[in-house]
Design a protein around this ligand. Structure first.
Ligand SMILES: Nc1ncnc2c1ncn2[C@@H]1O[C@H](COP(=O)(O)OP(=O)(O)OP(=O)(O)O)[C@@H](O)[C@H]1O
Ligand SMILES: [Mg+2]
Length: 328
């Protein structure tokens, strides 16, 4: 049985003038130790999919569907039951570490509090574990750093502290929402390597949100490409890079910088993602899709199996594999 199995997850928000269907039919399963990447441009529904599973969507929103974790549905779970699991068995790293670290408390207070509360250990034991975890995420002089406040650390260090905090209770699933976006490229690479090592050492399953397919290539076994609240294509990462077939996936791949192609042009997808309060009819991507036909403006294509573990929602998939689209 998978560790986490998501079926037809939906998230809707009510606003003064419209109902926003932010997530429309997400399905995936995650095995122990596996990493799933969720990719897509801004507004595609990546964060809300994950926040819904952790009972963290805004009060004007509502989630439906199933996210089965150890026989319990996380969607619609009582706050009490969710509080028992969240931050303990399921843990999240948010995009901006400053907004989720308390600026008035030392790193030690923030870390030991979690352990004392969740694991019922003494303060002394908690401090020992906190220092060990800071060392695991490669914070130099961890025993000294633990006494500092968040503002005394660099951005990369703060992100490491966030990761250390998220891993303190040894969660089974770590949800990481753009954990490296705010960091410069070198630090980004270090944090990704760190996640790889930690996964190897602790066997944690990871759901990683990113808008960068390059990050997926380095870390994920499975990938889900979202656009306009829907899943466009979903498969194992190797298949996605070898045989991308959804025009949106191919567009994202073309926007990746290529190491083998010096001076190569980065060709982003022309246009912008739709306004989710007033999405276009048909396939959400059709207005920006070079391969779109008449049917694409009318019917939203269903997400269908096209191979083992490979799902795609497209009326006009692109089948040829050219050098242009093969990146890895
Ligand atoms: N409280 C809310 N009320 C109304 N709409 C919302 C609310 N929260 C999120 N949305 C909308 O839900 C959609 C999906 O948002 P989400 O945050 O999941 O996008 P994302 O893929 O994570 O994008 P980004 O890469 O920018 O973080 C967006 O159109 C967003 O405007
Ligand atoms: Mg987001």
């Amino acid at each position: 049985m998978p560790l986490l199995e998501v079926n037809d997850l939906q998230v809707e928000f009510r606003t003064h003038d419209a109902t926003v269907r932010a997530v429309n039919g997400v399905n995936f399963s995650l095995e122990e130790g596996e990493t799933l990447g969720i990719v897509g441009e801004s507004g595609s529904g990546k964060s809300q999919s994950v926040l819904a599973m952790l009972g963290l969507i805004a009060s004007n929103g509502r989630a439906r569907g199933q996210a089965m974790y150890r026989g319990e549905n996380l969607i619609g779970m009582s706050d009490r039951a969710m509080n028992r699991i969240r931050g303990n068995r399921l843990s999240m790293i948010f995009q901006d570490p400053m907004s989720s670290l308390n600026p008035y408390l030392t790193i030690e207070r923030q870390m030991t509090e979690v352990l004392e509360l969740r694991k019922n250990v003494t303060r002394r034991e908690a401090k020992k574990r906190a220092i060990a975890m800071l060392e695991a995420v490669r914070i130099p002089e961890a025993a000294h750093r633990i006494g500092q406040y968040p503002h005394e650390l660099s951005g990369g260090m703060r992100q490491r502290v966030m990761i250390a905090m998220a891993l303190l209770c040894e969660p089974e699933v770590l949800f990481a929402d753009e954990p490296t976006t705010a960091l410069d490229v070198t630090v980004q690479a270090q944090i990704l390597q760190l996640l790889r090592n930690l996964q190897h050492d602790f066997g944690t399953s990871i759901v990683l949100i990113t808008h960068d397919l390059g990050v997926v290539a380095g870390l994920c076994e499975k990938v889900m490409v979202m656009y306009g609240g829907r899943v466009m294509e979903q498969c194992d990462a190797a298949t996605l890079f070898a045989k991308p077939s959804h025009p949106y996936t191919i567009g994202l791949l073309r926007a990746l910088p290529r190491l083998d192609h010096e001076g190569g042009e980065l060709t982003g997808i022309p246009g912008n993602p739709p306004n989710m309060a007033h999405p276009p009819a048909g396939c959400p991507f059709h207005e920006r899709c070079a391969d779109a036909g008449d049917e694409c403006a009318v019917d939203a294509p269903a997400l269908k199996a096209v191979g083992p573990g490979w799902l795609r929602a497209c009326h006009r998939p692109v089948h040829q594999v050219t050098k242009e689209t093969s990146h890895v």
